[in-house]
Ligand binder design. Structure first.
Ligand SMILES: [Zn+2]
Length: 76
């Protein structure tokens, strides 16, 4: 009765980091998770350090996915 059907399941992955748009706040463009900071103070300190060491301008923001702070590029 219960015949195993060999239907081809098309498994699409809707969770493509580049496709969603919204979830990019938690992921880097290379696919890894961004560095998480426990407080705005910590994030701000790292942003300042990044500016001094690398000359990059980063904005701290609260991530809607993990609830921690991340640093993001303003041009993003
Ligand atoms: Zn996050």
């Amino acid at each position: 009765m219960a015949k195993a059907r060999r239907g081809r399941k098309q498994e699409r992955r809707p969770r493509d980091p580049d496709a969603g748009g919204g979830i990019r706040e938690h992921w880097r463009s290379d696919g890894g998770a961004k560095t998480a900071y426990g407080s705005s103070d910590e994030a701000n300190r790292s942003a300042l350090q990044a500016r001094l060491e690398h000359g990059v301008d980063l904005d701290p923001y609260v991530c809607g996915i993990c609830g921690s702070w991340h640093l993001g590029n303003r041009r993003d």
